[in-house]
Design a protein around this ligand. Structure first.
Ligand code: UD1
Length: 418
């Protein structure tokens, strides 16, 4: 098991190239199953979740090869319809196998994904949508079995919550359903738009991405595609906060500033200097920052995936702030670890109250989930002395070349194998 060791207190300075979005790449990889033709995906980050998905696609019957930051898929022969526990348990997003396989084979058996540390994460919204599209769903032997005897048929689907994964699963199935599917209260996240762009390149007829209503007119078959994945907005936000927390100056390259508008505006309000260009963002600490309250919301609101990192920063600013987590019911696992650095945080249900402290001192800490891990690394970068971060495999799921990028910015950080 690897550990990351940080000697904090260095002001980060320099340029960092933001990688392709993990959360965009995953559904796009699953979309390759919708066509028998080869596809090419560029700007794919090298991350554990991507490797898991590549393995998954090969298991299902889609030859998929990742070389550097490019994934190629080849002509398909025959797909299996069973997604076993061993593949599904590694990654929640595995549930996205359901849409394409239901569309192509009219059936799919997926092992129940199980819970995870940030909440129960049910998939009822996905399953209700598949039922509306004509699938029968039942659970047997730890598997969810979905069967659409006469094939999927377009329907009107009203989501009770704009779930990102459910929106993607509906898109990945309804593009090949018979007739029109209208989905209301869909997720508006940029990753959903990226997937829709891919599907339309494949010959699908999808309209309304980025709005609350998506209309999908089913087609008979889809072609292969070439696509460059959008930059990772969560990674970008993490590096902006890294500049703020270390009182440094970082230029982020290969970003879409619009995708991180909410974070930029909060950081500016806090007193950070930020200048955006078309594909770059310059972030510079010029004076003491003011704390800002946040409440996590669906896009374009403040992302739940940046809540933990934001908290690390708020802990070190003079004054009080509050964070409300509205998306996941148990996403405060980082608080106990931040307290080990000396943070002053109290939790009342889904609201965390933070009183800024003058400094953090380095500590041994343990990562519970991906973004909590990012918060602990940020805290370690700002802390006096040594921080040892364990269970870093969570970080490897979502941050490409983390130590390399931070080192290039001047951080004293290294990974050790123990
Ligand atoms: C995606 C992102 C994740 C991000 C989240 C919210 C990927 C691979 N992951 O996760 O990084 O934190 O969006 O922006 O893209 N829910 C249900 N029933 C369902 C589906 C969801 O109750 O069928 C609940 C979840 O438990 C959660 C909330 O809805 O409380 C949001 O989940 P969702 O938008 O589906 O997130 P994911 O797609 O899992």
């Amino acid at each position: 098991m690897d550990k990351i060791i940080i000697h904090g207190g260095k002001k980060l300075k320099g340029e960092v190239v933001i990688s392709g979005s993990k959360n965009s790449t995953l559904p796009i990889l699953f979309a390759t199953l919708l066509s028998d033709e080869p596809s090419i995906i560029k700007n794919v980050p090298s991350l554990a979740d991507i490797d898991t998905t590549v393995k998954f696609l090969n298991f299902i019957g889609k030859k998929t090869v990742k070389k550097g930051n490019i994934v190629r898929t080849y002509s398909s022969c025959k797909y299996k319809h069973i997604a076993p526990y061993d593949l599904v348990r590694k990654m929640r997003a595995s549930v996205l196998i359901m849409g394409p396989l239901l569309a192509r084979l009219n059936r799919v058996d997926v092992s129940l994904p199980g819970g995870c540390t940030i909440g129960a994460r049910p998939i009822d919204i996905h399953l209700d949508a598949f039922k509306k599209l004509g699938a029968e769903i039942f659970v047997k032997g730890g598997y969810i079995k979905a069967l659409a005897k006469g094939g999927l048929k377009g329907a009107v689907i009203n989501l009770k919550f704009p779930s990102v994964g459910a929106t993607e699963n509906i898109l990945l199935s309804a593009v090949l359903a018979k007739g029109r599917t209208t989905v209301v209260n869909v997720a508006k996240e940029p990753e959903v738009e990226d997937l829709v762009n891919v599907l339309n390149k494949m010959g699908a007829k999808v309209n309304g991405a980025g709005t609350e209503k998506i209309i999908i007119d089913g087609v008979d078959n889809l072609r292969g595609f070439t696509h460059e994945v959008i930059p990772d907005r969560i990674e970008a936000a993490t590096y902006m906060i890294a500049a703020a927390i270390t009182k440094g100056e970082i230029v982020l390259k290969n970003v879409v500033p619009k995708h991180v508008e909410t974070i930029i505006s909060k950081l500016k309000k806090s007193g950070l200097f930020i200048k955006e260009n078309e594909t770059t963002i310059r972030v510079k600490w010029v004076r003491g920052l003011n704390p800002q309250n946040i409440k996590t919301e669906t896009y374009p609101g403040f992302p739940t995936d940046v809540q933990a990192q934001w908290m690390a920063l708020m802990c070190l600013l003079k004054g009080h702030s509050k964070e409300e987590e509205t998306i996941f019911e148990n996403r405060f696992m980082h608080i106990a670890e931040l307290q080990r650095f000396g943070a002053n945080i109290k939790i009342n249900s889904r609201v965390a109250s933070i009183i800024g402290v003058d400094k953090f001192s380095g500590a041994p800490v343990m990562v519970s989930d991906l973004r909590a891990g990012a918060a602990l690394v940020l805290a370690g970068l700002a802390a006096e002395g040594e921080t040892v971060v364990s269970r870093v495999y969570h970080l490897d799921r979502g941050y490409e070349l983390l130590e390399k990028k931070l080192k290039k910015l001047g951080a004293d950080i290294k990974r050790v194998h123990v």
